[in-house]
Ligand binder design. Structure first.
Ligand SMILES: NC(=O)C1=CN([C@@H]2O[C@H](COP(=O)(O)OP(=O)(O)OC[C@H]3O[C@@H](n4cnc5c(N)ncnc54)[C@H](OP(=O)(O)O)[C@@H]3O)[C@@H](O)[C@H]2O)C=CC1
Ligand SMILES: CCCCCCCCCCCCCCCC(=O)OCC(=O)COP(=O)(O)O
Length: 285
């Protein structure tokens, strides 16, 4: 009697494990299917997404920058409209043109940006402003120009490519880190404010990606190291699919640094001071 009861119980447990595994499998299949559904929409990507890591999103972006792209079929032809993100007037005109032509935007990826390297003592305020114009005011101008139509439709998704430097400041990167901190703050506010309209906001904060960003840094040198741009492109698509709010794509060292910045700021500041001393000396020293 007790043996048959035990066997019955064992069978029930086995059935439950099997059912859970089945549900998990189904969930994973559905999650994998979602990008195909998503790609049957119009993607607008701010300048830059077509190049480097953005180019890696298979079929989604052309070689031209900036690009807007109807991805009904992955092979579909893409259209592009060119503007200077640092010039708010051209941003507004571009947004108008996009809306006139396509009617709406499903996913806006604010990607374009410039890097900066330099000693604060030797950096003109105009450089600080220029980096802010491209990295901060450009994306927010584009977002604000496209937002009313998303709100009206109660549909859309806004993505911004920030940086781990939007969460911690590294010496000799003042303009860049400041612009990315501002970006993080703005889009965090926006997320809370437009959640009620069903429009998600995703902030992506990568560590180094193997693109030309650091090579092209304002007043700086740099190298071409880091993550494969294709991995970043995939992670961005995954984040959109999963409607993630905040995604950090960084290796162990920057991740540890981020934890220290939050949990042990005194140590983080000490490490950054020592990094600053090692990396560069101010002119008068
Ligand atoms: N590479 C990295 O290590 C990391 C990059 N990021 C972020 O990723 C994003 C993309 O950078 P990434 O691809 O690496 O850099 P790249 O320098 O390779 O590409 C930047 C792109 O932005 C465009 N761009 C720059 N300024 C303007 C402007 N004023 N108006 C229009 N387009 C402009 C450039 O166009 P053009 O070539 O025509 O000037 C270029 O296509 C940036 O926001 C960057 O901060 C974040 C973390 C790490
Ligand atoms: C107790 C041991 C603690 C060890 C902590 C180590 C702290 C190391 C600091 C690591 C800093 C990493 C910074 C990464 C910055 C980055 O990935 O930036 C990418 C960019 O967005 C652009 O790069 P650019 O160099 O062009 O500014």
């Amino acid at each position: 009697m007790s043996f048959s009861h035990g066997a019955h119980h064992g069978r029930r447990v086995f059935q439950m494990v099997l059912a859970s595994a089945g549900l998990l499998l189904l969930y994973r299949i559905l999650v994998r299917l979602r990008p195909a559904l998503l790609c049957r929409t119009l993607w607008w990507s701010s300048p830059g997404a077509a190049l480097d890591w953005g180019k890696s999103v298979p079929g989604c972006f052309t070689q031209q920058v900036p690009v807007w792209c109807c991805v009904d079929e992955m092979q579909a032809a893409c259209s592009s409209v060119t503007f200077d993100l640092a010039d708010t007037d051209t941003v507004d005109r571009a947004a108008e043109e996009i809306l006139k032509y396509y009617g709406h935007v499903d996913v806006l990826i604010n990607n374009a940006g410039i890097s900066y390297r330099g000693n604060i003592l030797d950096t003109n305020l105009s450089v600080q402003r220029d980096v802010m114009e491209t990295n901060y005011f450009g994306p927010i101008a584009l977002t604000q120009a496209l937002l009313p139509s998303m709100v009206q439709r109660r549909s859309g998704h806004i993505v911004v490519i920030s940086s781990v430097q939007g969460k911690m400041a590294i010496p000799y990167r003042s303009a860049y880190a400041a612009s990315k901190h501002a970006t993080q703050a703005y889009f965090d506010c926006l997320r809370a404010e437009i959640e009620r309209y069903g429009i998600p906001v995703t902030v992506i904060s990568p560590g180094y990606i193997r693109t030309s960003l650091s090579l092209n840094a304002v007043t700086g040198d740099g190298s071409n190291v880091g993550r494969d741009p294709l991995d970043v492109a995939r992670a961005v698509l995954r984040a959109v699919r999963q409607r993630s709010k905040d995604v950090v794509l960084a290796g162990p060292l920057p991740s540890l640094a981020l934890y220290l910045r939050t949990l042990w700021p005194a140590l983080f500041f000490k490490l950054m001071s020592s990094r600053a001393r090692k990396e560069q000396k101010p002119k008068e020293e």
